[in-house]
Design a protein around this ligand. Structure first.
Ligand code: GLP
Length: 261
């Protein structure tokens, strides 16, 4: 079972994950991070940037792979995930830009962009720690409901619900691309540690289905149940639909001192 951690707020979640990432980098200076976009992971990046500064953590060798990208945005578009990852992760953390990759959403060559990305992840030795958010539709990365649980990086069509959710980053909902390129669920499951975060009541149904529902392509987040090392961090509002809430609190309160997340 995934370890479910109910935190008072986003900042505490960010601190816990930043601790785990700093430990990882100390053990493995060329660690491979799986990077997510969206609002959810921002507390991690904030906490991590602070730790890196305060403790002079050497991150020059740290590598990264983003989960997903829109297809067809003009090069340099500020809402392309390439630009977002640079702005929100690479620059504040001081990562080496050449070591951080994002799937290539350029329509020219898109038919082999997925296979190229998979090959790059394999060549890097796989992802050590994958950060994940979850969409209202239950998607992880951009794997919308119905995505194969064995899928690898490929082009997907976004649901209208996801396009509407992401319209806040664009001038109008029509400007949100129709297609994306995303790591598959099979790709995500190959990472050695999955860290899934959800905050706020709007995520309560999706995260309950992911953690406690049936494993199903209809709920892409439920694929985490197939992975041996998953940490789920939620605030009280996102935790409000869990049936086993009391047990999750009990297990966390009695966690062996030697065990990290
Ligand atoms: C986008 C991203 C996902 C992210 C989801 C939730 O669709 N592709 O990786 O998890 O949105 O976003 P937020 O964290 O902003 O709620």
């Amino acid at each position: 079972m995934a370890e479910i951690v109910i935190v008072p707020g986003e900042a505490e979640a960010g601190d816990l994950v930043a601790d785990a990432i700093v430990d990882l980098i100390h053990r493995k200076p060329d660690a491979v991070l799986g990077l997510a976009t969206g609002s959810t992971p921002l507390p991690i990046y904030r906490a991590l940037a602070q730790r890196i500064r305060d403790e002079s953590v050497d991150v020059r060798g740290v590598r990264g792979f983003a989960l997903d990208e829109y297809v067809g945005l003009p090069a340099g578009h500020p809402e392309s995930y390439r630009a977002v990852i640079r702005r929100e992760v690479v620059e504040p953390l001081g990562l080496t830009p050449e070591l951080v990759r994002v799937p290539n959403g350029d329509p020219a060559g898109i038919e082999h962009a997925g296979a190229d990305y998979e090959a790059a992840i394999v060549a890097a030795g796989g992802v050590d720690l994958q950060i994940l958010g979850i969409g209202r539709t239950g998607h992880i990365g951009f794997n919308e409901p119905g995505s194969s649980l064995a899928s690898l990086t490929r082009v997907k069509t976004l649901t209208e619900a996801t396009r509407l959710d992401n319209a806040r980053f664009f001038d109008s909902p029509d400007d949100v691309p129709m297609h994306c390129i995303t790591q598959g669920i099979g790709t995500i499951l190959r990472a050695r540690h999955l860290v899934l975060l959800a905050f706020g009541e709007a995520k309560a149904d999706a995260i309950a289905a992911a953690v406690e529902g049936a494993v199903s392509a209809a709920q892409p987040g439920s694929a985490i149940q197939l992975h041996p090392h998953v940490t789920v961090l939620v605030d009280e509002a996102a935790a409000s639909k869990f049936e086993n809430l009391a047990y999750y609190r009990h297990a966390w309160a009695n966690k062996p001192a030697w065990q990290g997340i």
